[in-house]
Design a protein around this ligand. Structure first.
Ligand code: NOJ
Length: 547
């Protein structure tokens, strides 16, 4: 057996299973903290806020991409996987961040984007300069078109951002991109592609990174045989028969990644972004592969007891079968913030709502935050890892009224201005009540913040014991104190209630309805809102933890 590789910096504690029940805080680097007055967040800004992250009691920070990127897709178009966008800093800055995080016993997870590169990546430039059939083109998916003279795309596959998934280059060939044209798909049957990503995993692991979030993990293996078969990502069959997504062959790639991650002590953690139904999604999370896969079911769930319970049961059982631990996500950089989702009438089409600049239907802001707090405390009591998206600890709402000219999401253009996209959850977070960007930096931020953002700032919430920020801090601290094992036992307490015990003593009870319900006996550890419904009653839209 070879000696484990020694990284540049390590966390203070050494539990190899730290990721199984972690609270992981997602930082969207360009919107977190700007120290060099260019309107874009930077790595030094994140480092300067490590004490804040420590005060939140999170176990790890996941950094969305900070690599060199032309920003055709918010940094998920990577031009160099082993470097830093000069607008965000340097490799030394990243080393300093990792070191500082580790000094605070916070692990670091970085994003790895293997399905596609940026069109500015040196490989794609070389591919364009080379001829059809060349080794340079073989790293990507170049094909001849259809139609009499190849003037039509090779297949009818559509991009996730709208329009054809194929773009034609001047010599007549077409290349595949499941996302924007600036994000050409790599060919994962190519050995150079595989070797290069293994190099990337080692390179960040050597720098001390503790884990990886794997973008579009379900997209790497594709059936490109002809005639091309139709793809339908939205209605994935359960048998892995889609030509583009969630194919059985993809697992062999992640088994080789696991071998690389296991070269380290402790082994590096990984979490797959794999859009597949729970029983197939957890295959990516097997101990022989990545360890975890994001469960996005709650992103699509209404605030409803039956729906939450069904999702939790389904995911816990699927995870158990695969030997993985579960993951819980209420918000991330791709969806409307959960405080906002829960404050809109059930069934609201959020894309349509965004097109009205958030005016129709009317958002019940208070109710949204009340429900978001209840949902957050519920998921923080579940076994497995909770992924928290920057700003949700402030009860932040979506910013729905960004002027059209300032929208950055490729969805806006690619859908012919019919879908605004994801910028509203990527607006820089407010640190102070006032200031040119509410403490984000010294100049106007790259995406404009709503005027009322200061009221939800860290400064405004810091010393308020009833604030959402205080609730997150208390909840993570209580979770640390109380959490043992990964068991959960359900308690039946009525149609509108989700109640369970983690182990003797720690129970979580959520009233999803609006009428107060009887509260079980026990000492109150923490509640997501005021317990003002009368003695022994749990108010509506509230979670209580009992100890
Ligand atoms: C998933 C990422 O979360 C999203 O932001 C990105 O646009 C796509 N993958 C493509 O990389």
């Amino acid at each position: 057996m070879s000696t484990p590789r020694t990284p540049a910096s390590s966390p203070r504690t050494t539990d190899p299973d730290w990721w199984r029940q972690a609270v992981v805080y997602q930082v969207y680097p360009r919107s977190f903290a700007d120290t060099d007055a260019d309107g874009l967040g930077d790595v030094a800004g994140i480092t300067s806020r490590v004490p804040y992250l420590a005060s939140l009691g999170v176990d790890a920070v996941w950094l969305s991409p900070f690599y060199p990127s032309p920003l055709a897709d918010g940094g998920y178009d990577v031009a160099d996987y082993r470097d830093v966008d000069p607008r965000l800093g340097t490799l030394d800055d990243v080393d300093a961040f990792i070191r500082t995080a580790h000094e605070h016993d916070i692990r670091v997870i970085v994003d790895v984007v293997p399905n596609h590169t940026s069109d500015q990546h040196e490989w794609f430039r070389a591919a364009l300069a080379a001829t059809p059939g060349s080794p340079e083109r073989a790293r990507y998916v170049f094909r001849e078109g259809s139609g009499e003279s190849g003037e039509l795309p090779p297949s009818d596959w559509v991009s996730n951002f709208g329009g054809s998934a194929w773009t034609r280059v001047p010599d007549g060939q077409w290349y595949l991109h499941l996302f924007a044209p600036e994000q050409p798909d790599l060919d994962w049957t190519n050995s150079e592609v595989r070797a290069d990503f293994e190099h990337t995993l080692r390179s960040w692991s050597d720098r001390g990174v503790d884990g990886f979030r794997v973008d579009v993990a379900h997209g790497l293996a594709k059936d490109l045989s002809t005639p091309y078969r139709p793809s339908n990502e939205q209605a994935l069959p359960l048998d892995g028969s889609d030509p583009l997504y969630d194919r059985d062959e993809v697992h062999e790639i992640f088994a080789t990644w696991r071998a690389v991650l296991d070269e380290y002590d402790p082994p590096r953690a990984a979490v797959a972004e794999a859009w597949a139904p729970a029983p197939r999604r957890v295959l990516y999370a097997r101990p022989t592969e990545l360890g975890q896969a994001f469960n996005f079911d709650l992103l699509e769930s209404p605030f409803d007891a039956r729906s939450f319970r069904e999702i939790i049961e389904r995911n816990l059982s699927a995870s158990e079968q695969s030997g993985a631990s579960s993951t819980w996500v209420l918000s991330n950089h791709d969806v409307v913030r959960h405080a906002t989702r829960y404050g809109l009438p059930e069934g609201t089409d959020t894309d349509a709502w965004l097109l009205t600049d958030g005016t129709d239907p009317v958002l019940d802001r208070e109710r949204g935050v009340r429900r978001a707090r209840a949902a957050t405390m519920l998921v923080l009591a579940l076994p497995g890892s909770s992924y928290v998206y920057q700003g949700e600890e402030l009860g932040l709402h979506e910013a729905p009224a960004i002027p059209h000219a300032l929208l950055q999401d490729p969805k806006w253009i690619r859908t012919g201005h019919t879908v605004k996209g994801r910028d509203g959850c990527r607006v820089p977070i407010p640190w102070t009540r006032t200031g040119p960007s509410f403490g984000f930096g010294d100049v106007a931020p790259h995406l404009p913040q709503p005027d009322d953002f200061g009221a939800s700032s860290v400064e405004a919430e810091e010393d308020d014991p009833t604030s959402t920020l205080s609730m997150y801090r208390e909840a993570t601290a209580a979770r640390r104190r109380l959490q043992r094992g990964e068991e959960l036992t359900w308690t039946e307490a009525g149609d509108d209630v989700v109640a369970f015990a983690r182990h003797d003593g720690w129970r979580s009870v959520t009233n999803f309805g609006t009428t107060p319900v009887a509260m079980p006996e026990g000492d109150v550890v923490l509640a997501s809102g005021p317990l003002d419904a009368g003695d022994g009653l749990l108010p509506g839209e509230t979670t209580v933890w009992l100890g």
